[in-house]
Design a protein around this ligand. Structure first.
Ligand SMILES: C[S@@+](CC[C@H](N)C(=O)[O-])C[C@H]1O[C@@H](n2cnc3c(N)ncnc32)[C@H](O)[C@@H]1O
Length: 251
């Protein structure tokens, strides 16, 4: 199974085998909240594939890997992990950079920061710096995987509208509901818009989300499977452990 080039909060590394085993027959595969794309990179390619995320820098990275992988690798060849380089990248004004340079900056910040959040330089006393992105050839497989994929940078509801057919399968992994550490704007209102959109699609969907009383109520008319996941990427030891997650489908 391929691995994504970046880490992302809430990435589905632990759950992807279970999710992949539940994907029904389809022609068009749409991933609405791409993040690092663990499921996309782990599954067999579908006839038509769409990846979508609202994060501009994230989607720019995948577009640039798709079209300019050798140039990104060339730019990264002489980079190494360093706090001053990290701070320099972090403080750059992205409007002044080219799209390729922006993707290198994003890749550097994600790979050299704690938990891939891009805000604090990630160093350790019992682990080496993460050098993977500086090796040549790493992006080539990812570029090949992206070759036949449509890359969208929209909010999920627009992507649902554009791609919904009876042969479409949507995989939805939205930000968790009411979970500390996200600092996102995906609140109850957005979760309800997502629920209403998914409720009315012609195609099939599989949604993964944290186990919450309200979530169970919102999706009570669908199939809900409970599963347990252990997370290790947390600064606070107390935050590590097992979490219940729901896999919800309309099939
Ligand atoms: C839990 S992460 C997805 C993780 C992914 N499944 C993986 O394996 O790495 C949620 C993603 O949703 C994106 N997102 C947040 N709001 C969104 C919206 N309104 N429309 C589309 N994507 C959104 C975030 O940028 C983030 O990358």
């Amino acid at each position: 199974m391929m691995k994504p080039p970046i880490t992302r909060m809430g990435g589905k590394s632990k759950l992807r085998k279970e999710i992949i085993s539940m994907i029904p027959d389809h022609t068009c595969y749409v991933e609405l909240f791409f993040g690092a794309g663990w499921v996309y990179f782990g599954k067999e390619p579908s006839k038509v594939e769409v990846i979508n995320d609202i994060d501009k820098e994230l989607i720019n990275l995948f577009r640039m890997i798709k079209y300019h992988a050798p140039e990104i690798e060339r730019m990264l060849e002489y980079e190494f992990s360093g706090r001053d380089i990290f701070e320099e990248y972090k403080n750059m004004t992205i409007e002044n950079l080219t799209e390729i340079h922006r993707s290198v900056r994003f890749l550097y910040l994600i790979s050299q920061s704690f938990a891939g959040k891009g805000n604090h330089y990630g160093y350790g006393t019992n682990s080496k710096p993460k050098p993977q992105i500086f090796y040549k050839g790493i992006l080539n497989d990812i570029k090949e995987r992206l070759r036949n994929t449509y890359v969208e940078n929209l909010s999920f509801e627009k992507t649902i509208e554009k791609y919904d057919r009876d042969y479409t399968f949507f995989f939805a992994d939205p930000p968790y509901f009411e979970t500390a550490g996200y600092g996102n704007s995906f609140k109850e209102e957005e979760h309800l818009i997502l629920r209403d959109k998914l409720k009315n699609i012609k195609g099939k969907f599989l949604l993964t989300i944290n186990d919450h009383e309200k979530v169970r109520e919102w999706y009570k008319d669908f199939n809900i499977k409970e599963t347990e996941v252990s997370y290790s990427v947390a600064k606070d030891k107390k935050a590590r452990g097992k979490y219940k997650e729901l896999i919800i489908t309309n099939y």
